[in-house]
Design a protein around this ligand. Structure first.
Ligand code: AMP
Length: 184
C-alpha cells in the first residue's frame, strides 16, 4: 500500500499535485485544510476552527490530530496522499505512532519547492475563484510565517527518516507531475 505526504509552503501546488497522484495510484487524497473547512460553521467547535483559519493560524494540535486520525484510519485501506498534514512536529509524531499501530508507514514525503514571490502570485490568483476567506494578502503573510516557523522544521524530521524528495514547484502542472511520478 502506498502512503505519501505532499509538503510545501502555501501556494506551492500541494492540492493540485495530491489530486493527480491520488488519481494515478488509486489513493485517497486527504486535505486537512479542506476537511477543516468542511467542519467549519457546523457547530461551536466549527466556528472556533474557522477563526483560526481566517487568521492564518494553525488549528491546535489536539484538535487536528483527532480529526485526522479518524480520516486516516479509514483511508488506509486504499492508501493515501496527505496534503496539509502534518504541519507541526507533534502532528508528525502522532502520525508516525498511528501508522505504526496500523502496521504501515509513510513511503515518501514530496516537498514542492517554490519561492514566496511565485507562491504569493498563485494564491492571489486562486483567491479570485476559490472563495477561500484566507486567500487574502493579510492572512497569506501570516500563513507564510507559520509555515517557516512551525512547519518547515518538519523537513529535517523526514530527511532524517530518508523519506524526503525535493521537487521543483516552478514548472507547469503536468511537468511537475511527470517529475513526481518518475521519482516514486
Ligand atoms: P490549507 O488548505 O492546507 O492551506 O489550510 C488552511 C488552514 O487550515 C490553515 O491556515 C490552518 O488554519 C488550517 N489547517 C490546515 N491543516 C492544518 C494542520 N495540519 N494543522 C493545523 N491547522 C491546519
Amino acid at each position: 500500500m502506498r502512503n505519501y505526504i505532499i509538503f510545501g509552503a502555501p501556494g506551492a501546488g500541494k492540492g493540485t499535485q495530491a489530486d493527480l497522484i491520488a488519481k494515478k495510484y488509486g489513493l485517497i487524497h486527504l486535505s486537512s485544510g479542506a476537511i477543516l473547512r468542511h467542519e467549519a460553521d457546523k457547530n461551536e467547535l466549527g466556528k472556533k476552527i474557522r477563526s483560526y483559519q481566517d487568521k492564518g493560524q494553525l488549528v491546535p494540535d489536539v484538535l487536528i490530530v483527532t480529526i485526522m486520525a479518524k480520516q486516516i484510519s479509514r483511508a488506509l485501506k486504499s492508501g493515501l496522499v496527505l496534503d496539509g498534514y502534518p504541519r507541526t512536529l507533534r502532528q508528525a509524531r502522532a502520525l508516525d505512532k498511528l501508522l505504526k499501530n496500523k502496521k504501515t508507514k509513510i513511503n515518501a514525503v514530496l516537498n514542492l519547492r517554490l519561492n514566496q514571490v511565485l507562491a504569493l502570485k498563485r494564491i492571489i490568483l486562486r483567491g479570485k475563484t476559490s472563495g477561500r476567506s484566507d486567500d487574502n494578502a493579510k492572512t497569506i503573510k501570516n500563513r507564510f510565517a507559520v509555515y517557516r516557523n512551525q512547519t518547515a522544521p518538519l523537513l529535517d524530521y523526514y530527511r532524517k527518516q530518508k523519506k524526503l524528495i525535493n521537487i521543483d514547484g516552478r514548472p507547469e502542472i503536468s511537468a511537475i507531475f511527470k517529475n513526481i511520478t518518475s521519482r516514486l
